[in-house]
Every structure is written in C-alpha cells, then in structure tokens.
Design a protein around this ligand. Structure first.
Ligand code: PLP
Length: 366
C-alpha cells in the first residue's frame, strides 16, 4: 500500500518539508545560539519568568481555556482602544494566517497575491487550504510599489499579503503605498506587522476604518513569548466575525491568555527591551558593514538581512556557522535575495560570537 497515493494531490510537494523538520529537531536541542527564528533574547529572562509564574498561579489546568482566547481578546481591545469584536487572538499569528486561508482561499481557483520576497507561511497556508498563490515582487531595493501590486490583481484574487516591516528584508514599506493598496484593491489586505514594535510607524490604528484591512500582530517578537504561541489581528468586525466562526474554541491556551494580559500591563518594561533591540541592531549593522564584501541592509525589525560576496556562498556560510553552533537563516533561494542571509539581533555576547565566526568563515572561503 502506498500511503502517498492517498495524500491530496496539491499537498504532495509538502514532502519536501521533511528536511526542514530535521532542522527543527536541531533547534529543539539546547546547544545552538538561536539567531535564525527572530526570537527576542533581549527580553529579560528573570522578568518574563516572574510574569509567567504569576500567569500560571492564576489558572487551573483542569479547566479548558476561556473560549476563543477571550481573556486575551479583552486585554488587547483595551490596550489598543478598539472593540472586542474587532480583535481575534490566535495560537500564534500563524493560526490567524491559517484561518484567513481557510475562510477566503479554500475554494478552487481562489488566489492570494503575495508581495515577495517575504515570509514563506503565506504561501504555505494558501496552498494548504486549497487556494493558489501568486507573487508580485518588490523593487530591487525592496520597496513596495502600489501600482505593481494593483496591476497584478486578477478576478480570482481574494487576499493580498503584505508584510511590513518585511521579513526577511527588514524594511518597513512606505505608509502611503500600503494604504493605496488597501484603498484601491477592493480585496482583503492582510498587513502583517509582526515586527512593527521595532519600527517607526504602525497602521493598526487604521484597521477599523477600512472594511478590507486586517492588521496582524504577534507576542512572539517584542514581547518574547514565542513558546506560548499568541498572536492577534485587528480589523473590521465583519471579517473578524468570519475568522472567529472558523476558529476552534480552545486553540489559545490559558497560560498564553494570562500572559498576554500581564505583558500588556507591563508594556513600559517591554518598551525598554525594544529599545535595547534597536541599539543592538544598530551595533550589529555597523559591525556587519565592516566585514569586507558584506552588504548589510537597513532594518526596522529585530533581524538584519545581509548579502555576501560571490566568494562566500550563503549556503556554505550558513552551514559553517551552524557547525559552530550558530543558527542563522540562508535566504539566498528567495527571489531578489541571491546570496543573502538573515540574522536575528541577539544579546551583545551572541552578536559578537556571530560576527567573529562570520569573519573567520569569510577568511576560510576567500
Ligand atoms: C512576518 C511574520 N509573521 C508571522 C510570524 C509568526 O509569528 P507567531 O509566532 O505569532 O506565529 C512570523 C514568525 O517568524 C513572522 O516572521
């Protein structure tokens, strides 16, 4: 019996993911310096542990969580100055992407337009749901051009995914260009602001003004609770209502919900961690620029994209760094990103380790 034969045809390419699973197992080990997943190690460990104990004390693990992340929904609505029916909380913002794809893209022929190069999960969830995905490229210097996006919209285009600050390029798109897409596309625009806390501006204040704008945020980055899985989106109550209807009732666990409440109560403390990330980002960018042949791109996020010279293939550099226990992401196979690597801004100690080893590897390959 060949199990593969039973797998839905459009999902067969997923088998290529096996290799990635191995990488995940690598990361499950404690040995590596984690600079590959844009986690936030500049959140003080003692502080987040203290909040976590507080969160855990408030719950009874015998009970199911408040349905549909209700405790967290209320806390976010209050913090952001919106109504509860304009907020959806998910098991990470990944769950919200999954729900968007299920609700708007799961019928044959429905298409997502994705501004690339970007976060790979938009395409993943669109295809998983049974939709199609089409890319529209940024300019060579990674800017969003509203006209290019608008001209690519077809009859079947239902959702446009824009990530700003964009992962992995790091820059935030021009506000007016994004708003033109929202205003003129007549499609649902998912604006993923996972990294916006490290950037100059947010469009979350606009999302209830437009019936087609969904702004996606996460607690995994600035608030450093990636392990608990909590993300949310803000938008018009009609869209939120549909997404909530498709969500399983208990997907957001109780500890995550309590923790969301607590981190928001302590927002000022987190602002100081964000400030440190920005300082370290400036330091690391400057250090990268001093490595001969390396071009570092300006970032509005907690990671930096850099391009290596031809003498140092990104795949090989990332492999050698990984052998030395430093995990970074090779992004060289993405459009426009030939020979590019993405590194997460970390503590000064980790940043130094990374720069030192990168210089050595570049020397080895010269
Ligand atoms: C752009 C972007 N969106 C969403 C996510 C997913 O975040 P979460 O941890 O909330 O699922 C990530 C994670 O790296 C990301 O880079």
């Amino acid at each position: 019996m060949d199990i593969d034969e039973f797998v839905v045809e459009r999902l067969r390419p997923l088998l290529g993911e096996r290799k990635r699973t191995e990488t995940y197992f690598d990361l499950a080990g404690e040995r590596k310096v984690r600079m590959g997943l844009n986690e936030n190690l500049l959140v003080n460990r003692f502080f987040s542990d203290t909040l976590l104990f507080e969160a855990v004390k408030r719950l009874d693990v015998r009970e199911y969580p408040p349905p549909k992340g209700w405790t967290a929904v209320r806390a976010i609505a209050e913090e952001m100055g919106v109504w509860e029916d304009e907020v959806l909380v998910g098991n990470g913002s990944d769950e919200i992407l999954d729900l968007v794809a299920k609700v708007f893209l799961s019928s044959d022929g429905c298409e997502a337009l994705i501004v690339d190069p970007t976060f790979e999960m938009y395409r993943f969830y669109a295809l998983l749901a049974g939709g199609r995905a089409r890319q529209v490229l940024t300019s060579r210097d990674f800017r969003l051009n509203a006209d290019s996006v608008l001209s690519e919209i077809g009859e079947d285009t239902k959702v446009i995914f824009i990530c700003s600050p964009n992962n992995p390029t790091g820059r935030q798109f021009d506000r007016d260009e994004v708003l033109r897409v929202v205003e003129e596309s007549g499609r649902i625009v998912v604006l993923d602001e996972a990294y916006v806390d490290f950037a100059p501006y947010s469009l979350s204040g606009e999302c209830t003004k437009y019936e087609n704008l969904l702004v996606l945020r996460t607690f995994s980055k600035a608030f450093g609770i990636a392990a608990l899985r909590a993300g949310y989106c803000l938008g018009n109550s009609r869209i939120i209502e549909w997404l909530r209807a498709a969500q399983s009732p208990f997907s957001v666990n109780s500890a995550a919900q309590q923790m969301v409440r607590l981190v928001l109560e302590n927002r000022k403390v987190y602002d100081s961690f964000v400030k440190q990330v920005i300082e370290e980002r400036n330091y690391l960018t400057a250090e990268l620029e001093m490595v001969p042949g390396v071009e570092a791109y300006e970032s509005d996020a907690n990671f930096i994209l850099f391009r290596l010279p031809d003498s140092a293939p990104s795949k090989e550099v990332v492999r050698r760094l990984s052998e030395s226990g430093l995990e970074v992401r090779d992004r060289g196979s993405l459009p426009l990103l030939e020979n590019c690597v993405r590194v997460t801004v970390s503590t000064r100690e980790n940043n130094l380790k990374f720069i030192e080893r990168l210089k050595e590897v570049m020397g080895e390959l010269a």
